[in-house]
Write a new protein. Structure first.
Lengths: 382, 429
């Protein structure tokens, strides 16, 4: 997987970004197939008092043709805000895009989605970049039939009408595994089960042949057997159509099964990024290790499940990460951003100046900061 | 795609919501009542004989006056019970007295009795013979001898018409206002809803009275303007006629000729005054606007709340994510979801508006007396209830009509709500 193209402050990481870690095919190929590139995206919301909280803070990631990039993290870390920002779906008076670019490449064209005008944006939404949401039960308009809703997006983006649009909708429904698609078109959303509704959402997303699919926790509301089916469906469509997928999840099991590259996110930043095998076999960032340790295992005899905080509360965990020099430690926000009455201003400022992305292995990156600030931050968190 | 284990067949519950017998009965009742009331309007508003009223007096034109049928009545036939009610002794004698002279004379000859005895007889073959010539009013007559059936039909048309029109006004105004407030949001929304709160605080009787007074003033000014304009035109025309006459005859017209010319001018331009029926129509329209203008407030609140909650629903976000333009998001995705609440509140508003109209008319502020309405008929009927002689049908008929109409409207509204809600068709919801 290609690294982020952060203009990193550290010379070391700059040198590292010249490489194409994680991609055996070499750099030229990966860059050619990069469809969506998020650079230094920063999104803020009104916080306590007059301060603004950065839900996404200088985040960079890329989505490649035919591959799945998974974004994992706990609730509130900014995963969904990242996905919504790609299509600029956040309501702008409360939210604010403070910086960064979201580049969408198609043919020779490159669009900065944060700056394009409304007609271009509408064409991209649904047409080039499709999104499926967490709650298939509420994402379909209850007053229209499935067919009408699929046909609407066909009409908006492919200019087909009438029976040809209907035929296409029927084909797509069949493709996502709805039996008897002709009848399904005339059904109302409430007549479908949750899994079938998620299939319909996927069909709606795919019907205009997008090149990127943003899947915002597509399986959260579904039970385990349906989850597997939906993930299989996304995987097979990715393979057959060469769609780049951004899979957002807080479920590491889902990610392990279907992602190619995984980015672990915390407090608006990516703390670790690696290929899926690397991340699960060799997690380096303490937060990632904490997350993995929290996954309940059938073969464990523990009475109580562990929590991430048990690991992240120990400042020693952040030092001496293999691959980082002795002058760097794993990045961690100075203050817990989700805590009440936090002084958001301080940790935001601290991250701004100090955090750097360091390559610690092929395609394996973690967010780090100089040891100088380690003392300060460990002092305040401990 | 592997769909093994996916129960892909679609369970389709019956789309048709079960419609109970009460709502069918209610619908049939409403349709029949509406057809009768509105269909007979031409006849009841027209003038002419009432077929089942027997000419009691020698005057054959008693029922052929220029007054419309709903207002035509013979004071001698006041407070007659419906024909299917067994009358008391006093009423029998009154009814006997209403039988026309020739028939009475024929009976006296046939039974060889005195006319006074015939008129006084309350039982036996003579009374039977007289009874055959009684006027047969289906629902009796009121204090002024007007037919209650005809007045009920006209009153029904007025009540239903005001109810429907007021509901229509309330739906249009309330939906528009609420939808604008809800979708614009922010400060404009706050200001708009505070205006609604203030209007809510005003008692609607006060509002109706104020509107009626204001409308009266406006109509008076309009009439004054019309009268003075007609007068000026009349005078100018008369002067022109006089000039012509003078030119033709070489001298100014003598007084008798001048009078003839004035009459011609008046015939041509009229007095400019509003006719009584125009005034009545204006009164009814004012009442309707007043009721409609009060009942949209609830509608606006409900619709605003719905718009706010719908705006935040994930499918609206999904619509944006699919790239639906803003206007289409509102018209195509938001409005259809509003149809349910709109229909529900409209069906609640119709009976409410009818009830308000009847209430205002009952108090004497609504439909003014010569014009009937179920409300003012009930008010008149209430005066007729007394321990001495109760003409109960005068109160019962409008009240039963009003009550059953309201009940039927509620039943139909219920069925409509069931049918409009797409989610209600599933057995699991």
């Amino acid at each position: 997987m290609k690294p982020k193209s952060d203009p990193c402050r550290s010379a070391r990481s700059e040198a590292a970004s010249e490489n194409t870690p994680g991609s055996e095919d070499g750099r030229s190929r990966t860059t050619r197939h990069r469809i969506l590139q998020i650079d230094h995206l920063t999104v803020s919301f009104p916080g306590p008092g007059l301060r603004r909280v950065r839900a996404v803070n200088g985040l960079s990631l890329g989505i490649d043709h035919g591959r799945t990039h998974a974004l994992v993290g706990e609730s509130g870390c900014g995963k969904s805000v990242t996905a919504m920002s790609v299509l600029r779906l956040l309501p702008v008076p409360p939210a604010r895009y403070e910086g960064g670019r979201i580049l969408y490449r198609e043919g020779g064209r490159e669009l900065d989605l944060l700056r394009v005008g409304a007609p271009d944006l509408r064409a991209v939404r649904g047409g080039r970049i499709a999104m499926i949401f967490q709650e298939p039960t509420t994402c379909l308009n209850p007053v229209y039939t499935i067919g009408q809703q699929i046909v609407e997006s066909i009409r908006l983006h492919r200019g087909l009408r009438g029976s040809s649009a209907r035929r296409l909708a029927e084909q797509t429904l069949e493709e996502v595994g709805i039996r008897d698609p002709a009848r399904g078109l005339d059904a109302y959303p409430h007549e479908f089960s949750g899994g079938m509704r998620q299939r319909v959402m996927i069909a709606m997303a795919l019907v205009c042949e997008p090149s990127v699919l943003l899947a915002d926790e597509p399986t959260t509301a579904l039970d385990v057997t349906i989850q597997a089916q939906i993930l299989d469906l996304i995987a097979s469509l990715k393979a057959s159509r060469g769609i780049g997928v951004l899979l957002i999840s807080h479920d590491l099991g889902v990610v392990a099964g279907s992602a190619d590259v995984v980015s672990v996110m915390y407090a608006g930043r990516i703390v670790e990024r690696a290929s899926v095998q690397d991340l699960f076999s060799n997690p380096l960032h303490p937060y990632t290790r904490g997350l993995l340790a929290c996954v309940p295992r059938l073969d464990s005899t523990q009475d109580r499940l562990r929590t991430v905080r048990q690991i992240t509360n120990d400042p020693l965990q952040f030092q001496n990460i293999p691959g980082l020099g002795s002058d760097l430690r794993a990045w961690w926000p100075e203050q817990n951003p989700t805590g009440d009455g936090n002084e958001g201003g301080t940790w935001v400022a601290q991250q701004e100046s100090d955090v750097i992305d360091v390559r610690v292995g092929p395609g394996h990156w973690i967010a780090a900061m100089p040891v100088g600030s380690v003392a300060a931050s460990t002092g305040s968190t401990a | 795609m592997d769909s093994a284990g996916q129960p892909g067949s679609i369970e389709r519950p019956a789309r048709r919501a079960r419609i109970g017998p009460t709502s069918i009965v209610g619908l049939v009742f409403l349709l029949a009542l509406g057809a009768l009331c509105f269909g007979s309007l031409f006849w009841t508003l027209g003038s002419g004989a009432i077929p089942w009223a027997v000419q009691s007096s020698g005057d054959p034109d008693a029922h052929r006056s220029t007054t419309p049928r709903y207002n035509a009545g013979d004071p001698k036939q006041a407070r007659l019970p419906p024909f299917w009610v067994r009358p008391g002794q006093r009423t029998i004698r009154r009814l006997n007295g209403l039988v026309p002279e020739p028939q009475i004379r024929a009976i006296t000859e046939r039974f060889e009795q005195k006319e006074g005895e015939v008129l006084r007889s309350t039982s036996g073959p003579v009374a039977e013979a007289v009874r055959r010539h009684w006027p047969r009013y289906p629902l009796g007559t009121d204090v002024l001898g007007r037919d209650v059936l005809i007045r009920s039909l006209t009153g029904g048309a007025i009540s239903l018409g005001i109810g429907l029109a007021a509901a229509l006004i309330s739906v249009c105004l309330g939906t528009l206002y609420g939808a604008i407030a809800g979708s614009v949001g922010g400060r404009i929304d706050a200001i708009m809803m505070r205006i609604v709160d203030v209007l809510y605080g005003l008692p609607y009787i006060l509002l109706v009275v104020l509107l009626a007074v204001a409308a009266d003033g406006l109509v008076d000014r309009l009439e004054t303007a019309r009268v003075s304009r007609a007068m000026a035109q009349r005078d100018a025309y008369a002067a022109r006629l006089a000039q012509t006459w003078a030119r033709e005859n070489g001298s100014s017209p003598p007084p008798e000729v001048q009078q003839r010319l004035d009459a011609e001018a008046i015939g041509r331009f009229g007095s400019g005054e509003l006719s009584a029926s125009n005034r009545m129509a204006i009164d009814v329209i004012v009442l309707l606007v007043a009721i409609g203008g009060v009942s949209w407030l609830t509608m606006a609140r409900v619709i605003r709340g719905q718009v706010l909650s719908l705006k935040a629903r994930p499918f609206m976000e999904a619509a944006r994510a699919v790239g639906v333009p803003a206007r289409r998001q509102f018209v195509g995705h938001l409005l259809p979801n509003l149809v349910g609440p709109i229909v529900v509140y409209a069906t609640l508003t119709v009976p409410q508006a009818i009830l308000q109209e009847s209430f205002l008319s009952f108090l004497g502020i609504g439909v003014k007396p010569p014009l009937p309405s179920w409300g003012n008929m009930a008010a008149q009927g209430l005066d007729e209830l007394n321990p001495y002689e109760s003409n109960w049908w005068l109160l019962l008929v409008p009240c039963v009509l009003l009550g059953s109409t309201l009940l039927a409207l509620n039943f139909v509204g219920e069925a409509l709500r069931e049918a409009m809600d797409p989610k209600r068709t599933g057995p699991d919801r």
